[in-house]
Design a binder for this molecule. Structure first.
Ligand code: ARG
Length: 593
């Protein structure tokens, strides 16, 4: 699903040059403009040129090798530009600013005037500040994002944390593109397990103490249930009976269930607050209880449902998938049934343009089945549902393992990160104001960045020492770079202006950085297309790297007024881009650290 047919390597800000290069090439090659635009690339080293046009496409019609075409074409173009003097009224401004056209292998490479390039990039950032990177291509369109979605009466698991962080970033990314985003927490608050919990609670729970119950207590009841059920299989029947009661609205069952839900939500909310994550709606599976019957009727009417071993299924064998179970033999519904009903409900309620499920890779099959059933039901929007999957988070010290037994208390993970950062700050900068909130922003940020900077479908290896390092490719490093930029601006102490002599920003390190800053909008676009926040993390690492290389060689506060003004604008633009990037990832950008 492509948001944009165009190549993302193209710098958005630099459209200015591209359009002119395209029209020039169009005239000389007779290729369609769109085709040319799609083919234009950014050379890896700007010394080779700022834009490159690969000539392979012309070799068929011209019956020549691409290298030869590149040589000839570059000569023709260079001559054309030379002949039309800069004053020529026939030459558009952007063309005048092409300083060199040369062949590099099969490519025609274009170099543009660096002062103009800097002016366009830095002025855009200066004018758009917090909005820089935003677009309105999603205006009037809604994206539903189903994320985090933990199961009540259990602790929030690591994959719910990953889903929360990835989903939150995707939400910011789509918002930046102008989409209306609806973030839904699809709580796992329905299913046979609540029958089990009620049985366990009634048998072994402490009725008097239940008001002070925590999720740990509920979790222990589950464990107890499973231990006992091994010895006494009759318990499972009791549990099923209770769940059936719950499904048919029995008041005692409902009251207990609501109570378990409240306890769980309170604990989840604490973690979401720590992370700064909001949902537009907590609509759990239970919400669809009253709708599943109608959904099943529609599925039946389409002739899709059949009974197999007393259960109701949609046979997906023709699509090489196991059947989708709609109803068990005891008449109770399933996770998948509720997901089908939820999809219909969301389409009717939000009329989404796209629906994104941020759920671990282990549910790949579930979503393939779900989307297939929706398609078979005749919903054209089925192909606008996307499963954004992700790998596991593994802990290097082995203390926190997720899948088997040992529970990861995410609250401990997060407060642990804050605690460790607090200690580092205490050592490095004991006189810092707002130590508490900075420790929190940086500690939480460290966890967020560690999670997001790996390509999402890979497993994340969580190593405390690496995650909290101020010098590695980490959240604290990016935030620290941001704080340093703020500190330079404080030292400068005067207002930043975009009214500078752009030709003063001429060093290689400055140009590389400026081109990089100009790429931010297209990085956001690409991150949206691939649902990949890691692209933004890697981009920020690059920006900070380029900034530090610039800063290590060139003095910003040199005492030369004009030069200072120019370099300060670059510092401020970098600060702005880093801030906007952190925001999209769901991180804070403290000004002092
Ligand atoms: N509660 C589920 C789990 O923990 C995740 C739900 C994901 N969302 C959905 N619509 N199925 O595995």
């Amino acid at each position: 699903m492509s948001l944009y047919s165009r190549r993302f390597e193209i710098l958005n800000i630099m459209d200015y040059f591209i359009q002119n290069i395209v029209s020039l090439l169009k005239e000389k090659t007779h290729l369609p403009g769109e085709e040319i635009e799609r083919l234009i690339e950014i050379p890896p080293d700007f010394k080779m040129g700022d834009y490159a046009f690969p000539c392979y496409i012309l070799s068929k019609t011209l019956k020549k090798a691409p290298n030869i075409i590149a040589t000839e074409l570059s000569r023709t173009l260079q001559t054309f530009i030379n002949e039309n003097t800069p004053e020529s009224p026939f030459l558009k401004r952007g063309l005048r600013e092409i300083t060199e056209v040369k062949a590099v292998g099969p490519y025609v490479n274009f170099s543009v005037d660096k002062a103009t390039l800097s002016e366009i990039a830095l002025k855009t950032i200066y004018e758009e500040h917090d909005e820089y990177g935003n677009k309105n291509i999603g205006k009037g369109k809604t994206v539903v994002i189903d994320f985090s979605s933990p199961n009540i009466a259990k602790h929030l698991a690591v994959h719910h944390l990953r889903s929360a962080l990835i989903g939150n970033a995707i939400r910011h990314i789509y918002k930046a593109l102008g989409y209306t985003c609806v973030g839904i927490n699809h709580l796992g608050d329905w299913g046979t397990q609540f029958g089990q919990l009620i049985v366990a609670y009634k048998k072994w729970g402490n009725e008097n103490a239940h008001t002070s119950y925590t999720v740990t207590d509920l979790n222990n009841l589950y464990v107890k249930f499973h231990q006992e059920a091994e010895k006494n299989p009759g318990l499972e029947d009791e549990a099923r009976a209770w769940f059936k009661k719950l499904e048919s609205g029995d008041s005692e069952a409902k009251e207990l269930w609501q109570h378990f839900k409240d306890i769980s939500l309170k604990e989840f909310q604490k973690i979401y607050d720590l992370l700064g994550i909001h949902f537009d709606a907590f609509i759990g599976e239970s919400f669809y209880n009253t709708m599943v019957e109608d959904t099943i009727t529609r599925i039946k009417e389409k002739g899709l449902a059949r009974v197999s071993e007393q259960a109701l299924i949609v046979d997906l064998e023709p699509h090489n998938m196991p059947p989708c179970l709609l109803r068990k033999k005891d008449d109770t519904t399933l996770y998948a049934t509720r997901d089908i009903a939820a999809a219909e409900y969301r389409k009717n309620t939000y009329n989404f343009d796209r629906m994104i499920y941020v759920v671990g890779s282990e549910q790949k099959l579930h979503f393939q089945q779900l989307f297939k059933v929706l398609e078979l039901m005749g919903y054209e929007w089925a192909n606008r549902c996307v499963h954004v999957d992700f790998g596991l988070m593994k802990f290097k010290d082995g203390k926190m393992s997720t899948r088997r037994g040992k529970v990861v208390l995410l609250e401990d993970l997060l407060t642990g990160a804050v605690e460790r950062i607090r200690k580092i700050i205490e050592e490095k900068n004991p006189s810092l104001e707002n130590k508490e909130s900075v420790a929190r922003d940086v500690g939480i940020g460290a966890v967020i960045f560690a999670d997001l900077c790996t390509k999402r479908n890979k497993d994340v290896i969580f190593d405390w020492d690496e995650v909290l390092n101020f010098e590695g490719e980490t959240g604290p490093y990016i935030q620290y770079t941001h704080a340093r930029l703020c500190s330079i601006l404080r030292k400068y102490g005067r207002p930043v202006t975009a009214d500078i002599r752009f030709e003063l920003l001429k060093e290689d390190e400055a140009i590389i950085l400026i081109k990089n800053l100009g790429q931010f909008p297209s990085v956001i676009l690409k991150a949206a297309e691939f649902y990949e926040p890691s692209l933004i993390c890697n981009y920020l690492i690059d920006v900070c790297g380029h900034l530090n290389r610039f800063y290590n060689i060139h003095r910003v506060l040199s005492g030369d007024e004009e030069l200072e003004k120019a370099r300060i604008l670059l510092v401020d633009a970098t600060r702005q881009v880093v801030k906007n990037g952190l925001y999209v990832l769901g991180m804070q950008a403290p000004e002092r650290m």
